[in-house]
Structures are given as C-alpha cells and as structure tokens.
Design a protein around this ligand. Structure first.
Ligand SMILES: N[C@@H](CCC(=O)N[C@@H](CS)C(=O)NCC(=O)O)C(=O)O
Length: 208
C-alpha cells in the first residue's frame, strides 16, 4: 500500500496518474497547502522542503519526496514506463520537466493567472518563457511520438499535468499541432483520466 500525500496541483497529479497507470493499491492523504499543513513536523519528516507530493511505501517502509524521484521509484518497482535501454533519454526529459517546464509554467501561473497586474516584468517574462516551452515541445514532438521516443514514459507522465493547465496559459494549445496530438493521446488513457480525478470530484481534463 502506497500512501500519497497529495494536493490537487500538477505536481500532485503526476503521482496519482502514475499510481493509476501501474495499478498499485494506494490511499490519498490530502495536505491542505492553504492551511499550511505542509509545515507540520510529521509531514516535514518525509518532505523536508514542505512540499507535496510525497509518498510512503508502507510495505517497504520507505518514504520519498520530489515528484521526479517518486516517479523513478514507482517505475523501478513496477517495471513500467522507464525502459532500461532508454533511461538516458527518459532521464533528460524528466529532468527537463523538473528543472524547467514545471518551475517556469509555475511562475507563469503565479504572474498571469493568480496575480495579474502586479508585475509587468514578471508577467511578460514568464509568458514569453511559457510560449517558448510550447514551441520547443511542439518542435520536439514533431519528430518524436512521446517525449523520450516511441514509448510513453514517466517523462510524459511528469509533463502532462502541466500542459493540462493550458487554459490558464492563454497560449492556445490548438495552435501547436504536435503538442496537441501528444496531449490528446495521453488524455485518452483511462488511467490518466482516473489519476487526474483521484479525489473523485468529477474533474475532467480540459480539451485543447
Ligand atoms: N520540485 C517539487 C515541487 C513540488 C511543489 O512545488 N509543490 C508545491 C505544490 S505544487 C507545494 O507543495 N507547495 C507548498 C509550499 O511550498 O509551501 C516536485 O516536483 O515535487
């Protein structure tokens, strides 16, 4: 049994989608970020930077923080979505998500969606970076079925929930043919739909 410490954000959704994909038994413990529950000492023991997602694998008595590390752990445990001979490429795209795509789109959310009008510099900077991410991903996906080649991998699972916020981005996912194709293909996976709505509130994946 895996316990997922979760809040309904793109980083949280990466792990619920992965758990659905590998069909592991899991339970969700919600961490209310607005109430500051991430700072509780018990949670900080498993997530020292006070961030979701985190997991505890109760069977193997081990805990993890950082979504990329969690995805690698679950992929190795299940033997899925992290093909041994393609790991170098999968790692690069996973790190691209963790180090660039997620943090930059996260800033775009802060300036453009949550706090418009507070900083022209911030709004413009992260809007431009977000547009560049769409353009670069689109170009890459014109040559590659999935981010790390022909097969769906944890790199796609990590990136998908961020692109799923495309309505907030105001960039027009539809205008990026290859990124749109990749997004639609992944949206159709039953496990992705289930993991996206892991709290069973009826949340659906926004169409391009
Ligand atoms: N690099 C981390 C980022 C995690 C992250 O930023 N989590 C946010 C929610 S999406 C959080 O818990 N924020 C609460 C806080 O920083 O106080 C990961 O991929 O796990």
């Amino acid at each position: 049994m895996i316990e997922l410490f979760y809040a309904n954000t793109p980083n949280g959704k990466k792990i619920s989608i992965m758990l659905e994909e590998i069909k592991f038994d899991y339970k969700i413990t919600e961490v209310n970020l607005l109430k500051g529950e991430q700072f509780k000492p018990a949670f900080r023991k498993i997530s020292p930077l006070s961030k979701i997602p985190a997991i505890t694998d109760h069977k193997n008595k081990v805990s993890f923080f950082q979504s990329g590390a969690i995805l690698i752990y679950l992929a190795e445990l299940s033997g899925k979505f992290y093909e041994a001979r393609n790991r170098n490429l999968i790692n690069q795209w996973l790190m691209a998500q963790m180090g660039d795509i997620g943090p930059m789109l996260g800033q775009h959310h802060q300036f453009h969606h949550y706090n418009p009008g507070k900083s022209n510099f911030g709004e413009e900077r992260y809007f431009n970076i977000a547009k560049r991410i769409y353009k670069d991903l689109d170009e890459h996906l014109s040559k590659s079925d999935y981010l790390a080649g022909k097969k769906y991998s944890i790199a796609d699972i990590a990136t998908f929930p961020w692109i799923a916020r495309h309505n907030w981005h105001d960039i027009g996912l539809k205008n990026f043919k290859n990124l749109c194709r990749w997004f639609s293909q992944i949206s159709e996976r039953e496990a992705v739909r289930k993991g996206y709505d892991c709290l069973n509130t009826g949340e659906t994946i926004p169409n391009p």
